[in-house]
Design a protein. Structure first.
Length: 326
């Protein structure tokens, strides 16, 4: 439980930030098993969860764009109606917990605390988020190819399975006018992400863990709560990186491929990604690069961090400095 000091200097529970309800908003919802326990034990459990999702689309008006049922956790990408997300998700978790407890003849909590929900800027992140979730079993080492895993929406997007409650038309329309061409392009897009590592921003690690989007999107969502936070700008991030690497900003913008300049550019992109409120495009413009090259540099930097503790410590120190001023 989160705590804070009260007026008497005693620790008291901190109130959780309220859920943000945006009619038509797109959410990445994550349920985790309590204490890491499995939430699905056999096929019947997963099919029951499918049924409850389908009933929810009718009862609460949400649209499911993607999902992945892992063994001890669940990912869902859904778009709400005028009915707040909390009503549909509480109903889903309660009814599924009741089902599993009845089958296993047990009592108690199935899921770990309350579900995680990140309100996502649909125009900027929906395609990447769907790909990220559908490739979760590959990243986890459960399967070797994207088509092997039966408990996600991916096979339905490819036309290999029919799930009437899964909304696939909006995503596929982004890839082509005909269904055949759209599915081919979608498959290619997904496979481009096979080497992608875990992306913390999709799990809520930005300035506000409830949101993922640029400043205008975040301000729009937070306006009703009166909780618009101070955020670092792309310029402030690059300035901080230059200070850390003891280089001038002109070194970031130059065409030089010196290791220190290349690493500094990647570090600025990594910090932007971790912040969740500055885009890679913002950084790319400041360092005279395209967003694709910055994205590739960030991916290589992330891979190096797994093998180089000194680099990982440097990035974490920079991130801590950023968090201290937001």
């Amino acid at each position: 439980m989160l705590t804070s000091l009260n007026s008497r200097g005693m620790f008291s529970p901190m109130s959780r930030k309220p859920r943000i309800h945006l009619p038509g908003g797109l959410y990445h919802v994550i349920f985790r098993g309590n204490g890491g326990q499995d939430v699905f034990l056999d096929y019947a459990d997963r099919y029951r969860f499918y049924l409850l999702l389908q009933e929810g689309t009718c009862r609460f008006g949400y649209r499911v764009h993607a999902f992945c049922l892992m063994t001890n956790h669940i990912h869902i990408v859904l778009q709400v109606s005028d009915i707040p997300l909390s009503r549909g998700m509480h109903n889903l978790s309660f009814r599924y917990t009741r089902w599993l407890n009845w089958r296993q003849k047990r009592t108690g909590h199935l899921f770990q605390g309350r579900y995680k929900a990140v309100l996502v800027d649909r125009d900027s992140y929906l395609l990447e988020l769907v790909r990220y979730i559908h490739l979760n079993p590959v990243r986890a080492g459960l399967v070797t190819t994207d088509e092997e895993y039966p408990w996600s929406g991916h096979r339905a997007y490819l036309g290999q399975e029919i799930l009437p409650w899964l909304t696939t038309d909006w995503i596929l329309s982004q890839f082509g006018k005909s269904v055949t061409k759209a599915r081919t392009a979608y498959m290619a897009f997904v496979r481009e992400g096979l080497e992608e590592k875990r992306r913390p921003e999709f799990h809520g690690t930005g300035v506000d863990s409830r949101l993922l989007g640029d400043d205008s999107f975040m301000d729009k969502c937070l306006a009703s709560t009166g909780g618009i936070p101070h955020r670092l700008t792309a310029q402030q991030i690059t300035d901080r990186v230059c200070l850390s690497y003891n280089i001038d900003s002109s070194a970031l913008k130059s065409k030089s491929q010196l290791r220190i300049s290349s690493e500094a550019r990647a570090a600025a992109g990594w910090l932007a990604r971790e912040s969740g409120c500055v885009t890679l495009s913002d950084i790319a413009r400041l360092v005279n690069r395209d967003a694709g090259s910055i994205s590739s540099a960030v991916r290589r930097l992330s891979d190096r961090m797994q093998e180089e503790p000194e680099l990982a410590n440097r990035m974490q120190s920079l991130q801590a400095e950023n968090n201290a001023t937001t």
